[in-house]
Design a protein around this ligand. Structure first.
Ligand code: ZN
Length: 207
């Protein structure tokens, strides 16, 4: 997907759900999903605060989690997210992991179940925060190859985190889940993503 002019880094396209008559549909996430995404976010932040091996980890300290329910929205530059946005996303300024209700509810349909799927997706968006600092994230990620390399570098950081916060069995389940996703041009081939995850799990990611 495109990199927003504002520099928004998104997992996939943020799509506003438009209902009949142009009214925006709104969604509410279950308390269980909200608790899970909050817990995963905290686990990830605590992990990264203790690390010294990825140069961008300073960004983590100021990163917030925003859960979008009902008619609440979040503006990331010129990009606006709502409770109907389809995926978890990362906004670099202000550094924020965005968890729309629709995306949280979609976790119920994943093959590995909501808690593990959320562990991965939350870790991935935090990985963008980790890498989103001058000199760390690949600068011109608007080019497909560079973008995919950056997304895979993010998945490597997810591996670093999940190996510690969740352990090997969960890593393997998450690797399978990633492998079964629909491949897209933003993130690149699934096998590469899984490889990056496992590389992170085995040791520090290349800076
Ligand atoms: Zn991403």
């Amino acid at each position: 997907m495109k990199l927003a002019k504002t520099g928004a880094i998104l997992s996939t396209a943020a799509v506003l759900g438009l209902g009949a008559c142009g009214e925006t549909e709104t969604y509410n996430s279950s308390p269980a999903r909200q608790d899970q995404v909050t817990a995963e976010f905290k686990k990830g932040v605590e992990f990264w605060k203790k690390q010294k091996t990825v140069t961008g980890i300073g960004k983590i300290a100021s990163t917030k989690l925003v859960i979008l329910n009902g008619d609440s929205t979040f503006a990331c530059g010129q990009e606006e997210f709502s409770s109907a946005s389809k995926t978890l996303s990362y906004c670099p300024n202000p550094s924020t992991v965005i968890a729309p209700a629709f995306a949280l509810n979609e976790m119920n349909t994943t093959s590995i179940g909501a808690p593990l799927a959320l562990a991965y997706h939350t870790g991935h968006e935090l990985g963008h925060a980790v890498r989103n600092r001058e000199g760390t994230a690949i600068p011109d990620a608007s080019h497909e190859q560079a973008r995919q390399a950056e997304e895979q570098a993010v998945d490597c950081t997810v591996g670093m985190q999940l190996a510690v916060t969740h352990g090997q069995n969960d890593m393997i389940a998450i690797g399978r889940y990633m492998y079964d996703q629909h491949a897209d041009k933003i993130h690149g081939p699934n096998a590469k993503r899984v490889e990056a995850l496992m590389q992170g799990g085995a040791g520090p990611c290349p800076e």
